[in-house]
Design a protein. Structure first.
Length: 182
């Protein structure tokens, strides 16, 4: 298994460190040259460029794309995963309606997990799931807390560890696989 991470900022970098810890090879793509050089100094395989412009050859051997790009690029990354035939986990949030691509995702035989960021993202999906059976919801208040951990030589990580631990819970699987499994 090899993973491509679109975006080398805090979210992408945190995901890369976690994958490295688990022994899963990954490649990062980011348009910021200085950020790419920093990632390389940290021991990562990183390339400067626009992930949406990468050809099929770059995705050879990859089975998963993690999107850690700004939400405005989300739809393009979802369509890229479809074209490349790789599973996608979008740890940003989604500005477009990802259900518009549901039929194409099923036809392509890939899995897509959208809005997998902590907040907005996972928090909103969980609230939506809980509110589904309620006749009327007047107000929802989502409080997001986290921690800041900085280790010499590593970036500060905020909340990401909790996200990865939560990804194995029953709630997570029920919310996402109910929609996108094939």
């Amino acid at each position: 298994m090899e993973v491509i991470i679109a975006g080398g900022g805090r979210q992408g970098r945190a995901a890369a460190y976690k994958l490295k810890e688990w022994g899963i090879p990954c490649r990062l793509v980011d348009p910021n040259g200085k950020r790419v050089e920093a990632l390389k100094r940290e021991g990562f395989d990183a390339a400067e460029g626009d992930v949406l412009s990468l050809g099929r050859g770059y995705f050879e051997g990859a089975s998963l794309l993690i999107s850690a790009v700004p939400a405005r690029l989300g739809e393009g990354v979802h369509r890229l995963a479809l074209r490349q035939g790789v599973d996608l986990v979008d740890i940003s949030y989604t500005e477009f309606d990802p259900f518009t691509l549901e039929e194409r995702v099923r036809e392509a035989g890939i899995r897509v997990i959208f809005d997998a960021g902590l907040a907005p993202g996972l928090s909103n999906l969980l609230v939506g799931e809980l509110a589904e059976g309620i006749e009327r919801v007047e107000r929802i208040k989502i409080l997001v807390g986290g921690w800041w951990r900085s280790t010499p030589g590593r970036p500060g990580l905020c909340g990401m560890g909790g996200l990865f631990r939560l990804s194995h819970s029953q709630v997570w699987r029920r919310s996402f696989w109910r929609v996108w499994s094939h």
